[in-house]
Ligand binder design. Structure first.
Ligand SMILES: [Mn+2]
Length: 387
């Protein structure tokens, strides 16, 4: 469920509906997994002690490394954890994962093996099967549906809690256990807003009254912009989260990075404008919108057609996002289970990023040969790309 790292979150209401159904499905499927993870904290009050216990297993003579996702929630969680560890006298290095990267990949394993950190803090990147770096103490701080048992790692997952915390809020609770962290509350709120967290969250209400709803929302929109650009460089956004003291400081504090984020927003808006002019090609139950953009706009395009093509499965196909890959986002208002739909048409070489996510908001990335196979299977044989 986690692998597809969608920023492409459906609107709040749709998401709530989707999650209810997803939970029904996953609750049963992951019952054994939940039992295995039963030593993990089961409520907010247990998070701090679990995090502290995980840190106690780190090698004190080497710097820990924080790995994080590059959206507002992931970056905020990273900024909170980094500052808390700094305050606790255990300064950490940071590695933000970008386009198409995941901690359980061979490439990352190799990179981490070369770095040999004193411990790994991995946030907003999912909970998957197996050790990320065997022999190195690891704690996962996350809220996606777990899809495996992550080796010996400590798992701090808010998935399924009511209300469900995001990674940034979990990180805030972790931070409070190791250092004074009250001034980091606004960062927790950025992640909650970015991931559209729902339910009665006292931390969000407190942050909104302290920092202002509009300022928080505008900051989220800026921090979320770079990951959709061609370069997908989250550096400036993270720099701001690390050095600013409030969302207003981030928006108006005279920092050069703020302008970089505004430029990123403009770049994505321009790419979106172009792709929005492309009409869908409809065949049977499927509507396909195909374009080539280095920006991660396919989820936004799919979402925008979903409401206009209410009786179709909408596929927004981006052949220009990552060289050698065809990325697509799938959305539907029909109630059809898209995970099942994709599973039925699964080409032989599809990896874990194909058809995971939510039942009405998913997608995938395919190599050309697999794309060609898939396109033919869903009735678009002429949408072949060169292999
Ligand atoms: Mn998140």
């Amino acid at each position: 469920m986690i692998i597809f790292q969608p920023a492409e979150t459906p609107r709040a209401r749709d998401r709530r509906l989707v999650q209810v159904r997803t939970c029904d499905r996953t609750q049963a499927a992951f019952a054994p997994l939940r039992r295995m993870l039963s030593h993990a904290p089961q409520s907010p009050t247990q998070v701090g002690a679990a995090f502290q216990a995980a840190l106690d297993r780190f090698d004190p003579h080497r710097r820990p490394l924080i790995l994080g996702h590059f959206d507002a929630d992931g970056l905020s969680a990273v900024a909170i954890l980094a500052q808390a560890l700094q305050r606790a006298g255990r300064p950490a290095d940071i590695r933000v994962l970008g386009k198409g990267e995941n901690p359980w990949s061979p490439d990352l394993r190799q990179e981490l093996d070369a770095r040999q950190p004193g411990g790994l803090v991995v946030t907003d990147l999912g909970v998957r099967d197996g050790d990320i770096l065997p022999g190195v103490a690891t704690v996962l701080v996350d809220h996606h549906v777990p899809t495996g048992q992550p080796g010996d790692a400590t798992v701090i997952s808010g998935n399924g809690w009511v209300p469900e915390p995001t990674s940034s809020l979990l990180a805030y609770w972790c931070a409070q256990a190791v250092a004074p962290a009250d001034d980091l509350l606004w960062l927790a709120a950025l992640g909650l807003i970015g991931d559209m967290a729902e339910g009665n969250l006292p931390e969000l209400a407190e942050a909104q009254s302290r920092y202002g709803k509009t300022a928080l929302r505008d900051a989220v929109s800026l921090v979320n912009a770079p990951r959709r650009t061609a370069a997908a460089d989250a550096g400036p956004a993270l720099a701001l989260l690390m050095k600013c003291t409030s969302p207003k400081d981030l928006l108006k504090g005279g920092h050069p990075e703020t302008e970089q984020l505004r430029a990123a927003k403009a770049e994505v808006a321009a790419a979106l404008d172009g792709a929005k002019r492309i009409g869908p090609k409809v065949r049977g139950d499927v509507a396909m919108i195909r374009f080539a953009s280095a920006c991660q706009i396919h989820p936004l395009i799919a979402q925008s057609w979903r409401g206009r093509l209410k009786d179709k499965i909408v596929l927004a196909v981006n052949t220009g996002y990552r060289p050698g890959w065809i990325h697509f986002a799938a959305r539907t208002a029909t109630g059809v289970n898209l995970i099942d739909f994709l599973a039925r048409h699964r080409p032989p070489g599809a990896g874990t990023e194909y058809g995971s996510g939510h039942v009405q908001a998913t997608g995938g990335a395919l190599r050309p040969a697999d794309w060609n196979e898939f396109a033919a299977r869903i009735g678009f044989p002429e949408e072949k790309v060169p292999e």
